[in-house]
Design a protein around this ligand. Structure first.
Ligand code: NAP
Length: 312
């Protein structure tokens, strides 16, 4: 396998993935499925996670030491919580070889770009990324190779990024099954605030409110959850560390979107109070159409009730 500066096959001689959780292990599985490297090294600071990854045979080599694991790597992908990216960047920065590409999978991009940039030496390409795919589970056993199939992966290169390095990383994600879109880190953070971050906050909030209820008992909340509540609980079961870091690192965009959300919620409150059925119907009709468009875009299953099996 060649690794010249003109090679845009999407394959790298050595790839080191740092963080062996849901996303890191899925990237590792995707790399193996796509035969995207000659040598895959998996790193995690947590000895139990690393041992689990080893049992699952996810890579060619395993390490708890990020710095030594990147010295020969041509592509390094950081798959740790957003709040840990800069710390890992400081560890690996001095060990990176010229011509290597550093990327990540973090759900926030501007803070990752700013946190990593000071640690990346000249001659190393920094191209942050975010595969918009995931589940509510964590850890190496939760990952799967097809996670990225037909999902978008957003790359947010800095202005001076070399086109060949970007083309190669784009080809890499295509090998893993993704469709790739390129945008600025700031635009990414604004878009994801409304499509991902605020929905998670709403889910955490509604599940938190329900669990605090005293008049309706918690057992009733669970018993009658099929009325809609349970669909929020899937999102609200997402990893607490990951989501804490998302909100701390995408503060401005999330607060902007929450402001709009609160205004629209107040309008709905008013419509209910004044019996404005047309306002309610018109909104619900519009939102049903959004669901249709998501299905048509191949981003979800058309089967009713998220395809849950139902007995006749
Ligand atoms: P995860 O399953 O919790 O995995 C993260 C792994 O990184 C854990 O094993 C963690 O160890 C390890 N880690 C933490 N700090 C580290 C460090 N300094 N050095 C080495 N390893 C370290 O989380 P995940 O869902 O894969 O998320 C990873 C990244 O993907 C996050 O940035 C997240 O924003 C992004 N992402 C997530 C999703 C999703 O749906 N989950 C989707 C797209 C992108 P410990 O267990 O000891 O903490």
């Amino acid at each position: 396998m060649t690794d010249t500066s003109k090679d845009i096959s999407g394959k790298y001689r050595q790839i080191t993935v740092i963080g062996a959780g849901l996303i890191g292990s899925s990237v590792a599985r995707g790399i193996v499925r796509a035969r995207a490297t000659d040598k895959l090294v998996l790193v995690d600071a947590n000895a139990d996670v690393l041992a689990e990854a080893r049992v699952l045979e996810l890579a060619d080599a395993y390490s708890s030491d990020a710095a030594t694991a990147v010295t020969d790597a041509d592509l390094i992908i950081l798959a740790v919580p957003v709040g840990a990216m800069a710390t890992v960047g400081a560890l690996i920065g001095p060990q990176l070889k010229a011509g290597a590409t550093v990327s990540d999978v973090g759900s926030v991009k501007a803070s990752v770009l700013n946190g990593l940039q000071p640690h990346i030496p000249d001659g190393v390409h920094l191209i942050p990324g975010h595969p918009v795919a995931g589940t509510e589970q964590s850890g190496p056993a939760a990952g799967f190779a097809s996670l990225f199939d037909d999902r978008w992966c957003i790359l947010t290169p800095a202005e001076n990024t070399e086109p060949v390095a970007l083309e190669k990383l784009t080809a890499f994600w295509a090998l893993l099954g993704s469709r790739v879109e390129i945008m600025t880190a700031e635009h990414h953070d604004l878009v994801l605030a409304i499509t991902s971050h605020v929905p998670h906050l709403i889910a955490y909030n509604i599940v938190g409110t329900a669990s605090d209820m005293e008049e309706v008992t918690r057992s009733e909340v669970i018993k009658y959850s099929a009325g809609g509540f349970r669909d929020f609980t899937r999102i609200a079961a997402s990893d607490p560390t990951m989501w804490r870091d998302v909100f701390l690192n995408n503060k401005d965009a999330v607060l902007e979107m929450l402001g709009r959300f609160s205004e629209d919620l107040t309008a709905l409150q008013r419509a209910i109070r004044w019996g404005d059925g047309d306002a309610l119907f018109n909104l619900f009709d519009r939102t049903r159409n959004i669901r249709r468009r998501i299905i048509d875009a191949g981003q979800d299953d058309e089967a009713a009730d998220f395809g849950r099996p139902h007995k006749d």
